[in-house]
Structures are given as structure tokens and as C-alpha cells.
Design a protein around this ligand. Structure first.
Ligand SMILES: [Zn+2]
Length: 721
């Protein structure tokens, strides 16, 4: 594959879109942002904040954009706007203005933060129509601060008051951008019964459609408002929630010159790669356009303590590796814990020193993972199958599960297999948007429109390969079930029985004959199959067939035979556990089971190996970049201004799937093999974290070198001669 002809994937990346004629999204100062800092202020800060001392710290990070609290819930400048309350501790200060001047004098772009979700009770008294209401008509106050109420985005608060704040701020300070904290919200649409919402739909796809169209309407309005007096003053749109976001990132990208992912950290059992994954999701829609990543330096809910330095460094490294501009954040101005400062000072100047290697032109990857947000809205993913030793019989349906587990399981397998891949947004699978990928992977992309099915069918017709699982294409874009899988012809199977023909029960799969997909399984006759599956018709020469489910809980009952109390057709069937097909260059793998979800939920390594083998088969084991070595790592590869950059993030850690990382466990030598375009000569390979060059060999289009070891993160920069 000729990577010199690759183009950046995603959304509006190549287009000079105009938003209400105000600003061209493709070109502007925002394309040069690489590092950011954000001082999040509390109401009391005007009493104690030393702007100059703080700016000395922020400047030591060498940020090229600076975000600071400005307006909304409270103003940190002497506002004269009605119903826009000043911080009760502002006195005669203008802390926003002081910060604006300090940042500008140091050459930073300034982004004014506006808190729009909440407003005070005096605003409620004056403008009751701005606020959310419950079914009884009560305004909804905040749990900890009952004097603060939630605004409703369907009210004129968003269309009149927020623009009025932006206009006042712009008239006083020549800010470069605005940012609305935590809005738009990518989670489930909120329930509101205000005058504007009383008649709103309460269920189904219409809930999401109303939510999305209002958000896009407001984003366009705020974008136009920002650019009224200065064409390159922009509204930077908030995103977050990683792969769980139900708000189309692709549509947001169409109205946003720049996205700010407020994805500050992880808790519970979130895997470490959560930040890199957010980066992949954002870059799938923004391409070369900028995405900032708001990194939280704080220890979770204990917001005035510092996060583990190793965890925070990994987070910053993931942002940089995935192509985002990390933004360093602290809340409040009199910290009792200063440890977080060191982590920033160690990472950001290093990033600044090597800025050119983080100026990505395009991705270097031959695998596209189709990222579906629709499954996060109306699709009802199956949850845990009731059963096992202690369970009583019940007629309750299988509970709803987490739709993101399919992608998460595939992701984990891709990392274990060290594959280099991109996310491809489900709305961006037209021929010219996927032409550089030799394979597309569809982890239960359950909702596909007729047009999308046609695009995927044509992709296969052009020689592209597919890997798909479970209910991919079984529903249309509205979530209505089809009588057949939308890509049944491509997968080479039909539904057995009546759609959706889902059986919710643990099953096994028999190994019928040797195949590349089954490498590493030579010493077993069967494999774990999954927890849910779509029953499909037989295929010729199957390699894996289903062993029909049987009890799994009480040991005496766990056998694959009939018994007096229950008939059982026998442990063998002709129902396939995988369907394979080949047409010319194209290879298609379809697993009717929830192999990816089961891989994630169970952690069973057989699922992961089977998925890795399947990815190798559909890609013919060809990859522009291979990084081999011990340890768990995530790999990114980009074409950059000087040449190429191969990023290796070390996740080899007991806290990989449960934070926080306490310390890094270095991994040893990593062998890198990279295919570059014909005619390109490499003149140098520099290891940016280690701070030294690596010896390399180039033979034709292939470049080989070793990374001797990786502590937290390494970037191998390949210079074009
Ligand atoms: Zn409302």
C-alpha cells in the first residue's frame, strides 16, 4: 500500500466549511495549538489569587493556549449584564482581565470558559423560564449547592443570555475563543418538563434527535456569535465520554473548528487506554483539525489533591500519541498539595521541544475500526445471561448490557496484537473515506442504514476486507430489526428462524479443521464460544461450529448430553461459529457470537487470540508498522512534518485495567519495522523520550530499528532525508 497517497480520514477535515458564513473551520490559529493550560477558578479565588505567580507556573509548561474561568454561573470580571452574577468575592478586581493580559503578554491564545449548565437562585427568580423543571414544575437545584439550579438548553438562556455574555466579554477583552464547560452533554438526554419541554418525546430515537438538533442549533449560534467582531474568534466545542458518547461527534465536528475533550481521568475499572481511545474517537471526525484533551491533575473526587504522577504522565502521553493537544488543569489558587506541578513541568517542556514530531499530517494505518455511536442510543445491547450455580429460575428477560463492551473487547485484542489502527466514524464510510484501509472491523455495529450496507458491500467489492461480529447490520438506523442481517450476502449466512434469532446462553465452538484463525489452539478440540449469539444457517467447510448450550452452574448437571428431564440434540451441530469468505483481495470474517463482548467481560484469552488471528487473516498479516516485543503497549504511527513518528505507550502494569498506575514497569527491547513510500530515504531515527538516536537499517521501503526499552512512553522520530 502506498502511504504517500494516504489522505487524512474523517468528517469535514478536508473541507473549508463555513458556519453561518463566520469562520472557515479548516484554517486558523487553532491549527497550531499543541499544549494548553487551564486555571479553573472557584468563587473565592479573587480574594487570594496571585495571577503573576500562577502565570509563571503556567508559562513554564510552554502552552500555546490558555483557558481560564470567565463567565456563566458567575463572572470573574466586572460584568454589567443583567442576571449575570459576579463572584461574591470579586470586589473591585477583574481576575479574568488580569489573566487575559498576563497570557496575552506571553504570546498565548486565550479561551474564555463559560459555565452554562448552572445558574443562581437570583437568576431563577428573575428569569424562571431559563431553568429545568420536574413533572411538578419545580426547578431543579444542585445536590450540594441548593442555591444553584440547572438551566434548560431548550430555553432562551442558551440563545439569548449565553450569547449576551459572549458579546460582553468580547467587547472588553480580545479573547481568541470561548468554551462552555461540560456542555454539550454527550450522555443521556436530560428529562425536563419546562414550558419548552412539556410536549417533548420521552422515548425512542426521537429523544436523541431532538437533543442533537438543539445542540447543533446552539453550537452554530454560539459559533456565529463568537465570530461577529473577529472572524477568527471561535467557539471551541466540548466533547467527552470517550466511546460512550451518544452525541454524534461527526456532526459536532461539522460545526467546530476545534474540539476540547474534557476527559480528565479514569476511575473504577476503566482501562488505562481510555484517553488514547478518546483521541481515536475525536480524530476519526476531526482528521488533522485540532482536538485538545483536558487532563485532570487532581486525585479524582478529592479535587484538591494530586493524581499519581505515573497515571497522569500516561494520560498526557496518550493525548500526545493519539494526536491531541494536552491541556493541564488545576482547580483553585491556594493548593495544599503542590505535587501535581512537577508532573506537568517534566512532560510539557519535553513535548514543546519536540513539537514538530507531534505535528501530524496523516495517519499510517491499514485498519479502520468502525466506531458506532448509534449503538449507544437506541440499541438494546444484551447484558449478563442469568444462570450459574446459585441462580433461581425466572421469566425476567435478559437485562440490558453496555453497548460499548463489543468495541472495548476488540480494542483490547488489537492492543494485545500490537495492531496499528484508526477509528472510522460510522458516518464516514464512503469510498473516498475508507480507501486507505485494507480492512474495516465492525464490533457489533448493530445499526446500519441501507446506504451504509451498500457502502460496505461496495468496499468489499473493491477488494476491502471486513471483520464483523454478532448483530452487525441486523437493525436499521432507527433501531428497527431486519428480517435478515443487512450484510447477509457479504457474510455468507442467513438468519436461522425468525430474526433476531438470538440465543442468550453460554456456548462452545468446535474446531472442525485447521485454519490460520485457529493458530495457537492446536491442543484443544473446542473453544469458549460466547454468551449470546445470532443463530445462522450452515456454511460449507466450516472451521468452527456451535456446541448447543447446556447447563453451566451445578457441577453434576454440566454435561453436553440429553437427560430424562430435558432433550438435547447432542453436542454437535452444523451451526457455524464463524463464516469466512474470500473474493479476490477481499477477505470477510463474520462471528455470529458476541466474541468481542465476551473477550472484554470474561477476560478469557482465547477470545482475544481468536480475534487477533482473525484480524491477521483479513489483513493478510500486512501492516505498515510492526512493533514487536514483550509487554502490553499501544502503538500509534503518523506521518509528520519531518518524516514519521512511531509512538509506543507502555501499559504493562498491574493497574492497566484499574487505576491508578502507581509506577511504570519498564518494558524491554521493542523491534520496529516500518514500510515507507518508495523513493523516501530515512536519514535519522531519534528516540525522543530516551533522548538519543537509534541505529537503523533501510532496505528499499523497509526501515528496521530497535527501541532498547520503554519506561512510560517512547516516540521514535524518523527523519526524511
Ligand atoms: Zn426544558
Amino acid at each position: 500500500m502506498d502511504i504517500s497517497r494516504r489522505t487524512f480520514m474523517g468528517g469535514a477535515s478536508g473541507l473549508a466549511l463555513q458556519v453561518n458564513g463566520a469562520v472557515s473551520l479548516a484554517d486558523g490559529w487553532w491549527n497550531q495549538v499543541h499544549r494548553g493550560a487551564f486555571h479553573n477558578l472557584n468563587e473565592y479565588d479573587p480574594q487570594v489569587l496571585d495571577v503573576n505567580a500562577w502565570m509563571d507556573y503556567w508559562a513554564s509548561l510552554q502552552p500555546n493556549f490558555f483557558v481560564v474561568s470567565c463567565a456563566g454561573l458567575m463572572a470573574f470580571y466586572p460584568t454589567r449584564l443583567p442576571n449575570h452574577r459576579r463572584s461574591q468575592f470579586l470586589g473591585d478586581r477583574d481576575v479574568f482581565g488580569e489573566y487575559f493580559s498576563a497570557a496575552k503578554s506571553r504570546g498565548m491564545r486565550v479561551i474564555a470558559r463559560v459555565e452554562t449548565n448552572w445558574a443562581h437562585q437570583d437568576a431563577l427568580a428573575a428569569r424562571p423560564e431559563w431553568f429545568e423543571r420536574d413533572e411538578q414544575g419545580n426547578a431543579l437545584s444542585q445536590a450540594e449547592c441548593p442555591w444553584i439550579y440547572h438551566t434548560c438548553m431548550y430555553s432562551n438562556y442558551y440563545t439569548e443570555q449565553v450569547p449576551a455574555m459572549m458579546r460582553e466579554v468580547s467587547s472588553l477583552y480580545d479573547v481568541d475563543a470561548f468554551f462552555t464547560n461540560s456542555w454539550p452533554d454527550a450522555g443521556r438526554p436530560r428529562r425536563c418538563y419546562c414550558a419548552n419541554c412539556r410536549e417533548a418525546p420521552r422515548s425512542g430515537v426521537q429523544v436523541y434527535q431532538r437533543h442533537e438538533s438543539r445542540i447543533l442549533e446552539i453550537c452554530r449560534l454560539l459559533q456565529a456569535t463568537a465570530g461577529e467582531k473577529r472572524r477568527d474568534r471561535i467557539y471551541a466545542v466540548h466533547i467527552g465520554s470517550g466511546i460512550h458518547s451518544s452525541l454524534s461527534l461527526n456532526k459536532l465536528a461539522e460545526v467546530a473548528p476545534m474540539l476540547i475533550a474534557d476527559h480528565q481521568g479514569r476511575s473504577d475499572n476503566t482501562p488505562i487506554w481510555d484517553c488514547a481511545q478518546q483521541g481515536r474517537a475525536a480524530k476519526a471526525v476531526m482528521g488533522a483539525r485540532p482536538v485538545a484533551l483536558g487532563a485532570g491533575t487532581n486525585g479524582g473526587a478529592w479535587r484538591h489533591t494530586a493524581k499519581s504522577p505515573a497515571e497522569l504522565t500516561s494520560w498526557l502521553a496518550q493525548a500526545a500519541a493519539s494526536g491531541m493537544a494536552p491541556r493541564y488543569t488545576w482547580l483553585g489558587s491556594t493548593p495544599n498539595d503542590e505535587r501535581w506541578r512537577t508532573t506537568g513541568r517534566e512532560f510539557f517542556p519535553w513535548l514543546a521541544r519536540h513539537e514538530k514530531h507531534f505535528t501530524n499530517r496523516r495517519t499510517v494505518s491499514n485498519i479502520g475500526v468502525v466506531f458506532s455511536q448509534r449503538t449507544n442510543t437506541v440499541y438494546r445491547a444484551p447484558g449478563a445471561v442469568p444462570g450459574g450455580y446459585g441462580t433461581r429460575r425466572s421469566n425476567a428477560p435478559v437485562p440490558a448490557g453496555d453497548p460499548s463492551e463489543f468495541l472495548q473487547g476488540l480494542y483490547y485484542a488489537l492492543l494485545e496484537g500490537r495492531f496499528v489502527f484508526d477509528f472510522v466514524h460510522e458516518e464516514n464510510i464512503a469510498a473516498d473515506q475508507v480507501s486507505t484501509y485494507s480492512a474495516l472491523l465492525l464490533p457489533n455495529v448493530a445499526l446500519l442504514s441501507e446506504a451504509q450496507c451498500r457502502q460496505l458491500r461496495e468496499y468489499v467489492g473493491r477488494g476491502g476486507s471486513l471483520l464483523a461480529t454478532f448483530e452487525t447490520g441486523l437493525y436499521n438506523e432507527h433501531g428497527e430489526v431486519r428480517s435478515e442481517l443487512g450484510l447477509a450476502d457479504v457474510f455468507g449466512v442467513r438468519i436461522a428462524g425468525k430474526a433476531p434469532a438470538r440465543e442468550d446462553a453460554y456456548f462452545y465452538s468446535w474446531i472442525e479443521r485447521p485454519h490460520e484463525l485457529l493458530r495457537g489452539f492446536e491442543n484443544t478440540k473446542w473453544l469458549p464460544g460466547g454468551e449470546h449469539r445470532v443463530r445462522v444457517t450452515p456454511v460449507s467447510q466450516p472451521i468452527l461450529t456451535i456446541a448447543p448450550p447446556y447447563p453451566r452452574g451445578i457441577p453434576e448437571t454440566v454435561y453436553a448430553q440429553g437427560r430424562a428431564e430435558a432433550p438435547y440434540a447432542g453436542p454437535r451441530s452444523d451451526e457455524p461459529a464463524v463464516s469466512l469468505s474470500q473474493r479476490g483481495r477481499s477477505r470477510v470474517v463474520y462471528f455470529p457470537g458476541d466474541i468481542d463482548r465476551s473477550a472484554w467481560r470474561s477476560g478469557n484469552n482465547d477470545f482475544s487470540l481468536l480475534l487477533q488471528n482473525a484480524v491477521r487473516w483479513v489483513t493478510r498479516n500486512e501492516s505498515p508498522v510492526k512493533v514487536s516485543g514483550e509487554g502490553m503497549a499501544e502503538v500509534f504511527a503518523w506521518e509528520t512534518e519531518p518524516g514519521y513518528a512511531v509512538h509506543v505507550l507502555n501499559y504493562n502494569n498491574p493497574n492497566m485495567t484499574r487505576g491508578s498506575i502507581r509506577k511504570h514497569n519498564p518494558i524491554g527491547v521493542q523491534q520496529v519495522r516500518m514500510e515507507i513510500p518508495a523513493g523516501v530515504r530515512i536519514s535519522r531515527v531519534e528516540l525522543l523520550r530516551a533522548g538519543r538516536d537509534a541505529p537503523y537499517r533501510q532496505s528499499g521501503r523497509t526501515v528496521n530499528f530497535n527501541i532498547p526499552g520503554v519506561v512510560d512512553y517512547e516516540v521514535a522520530a524518523l527523519y526524511r532525508a
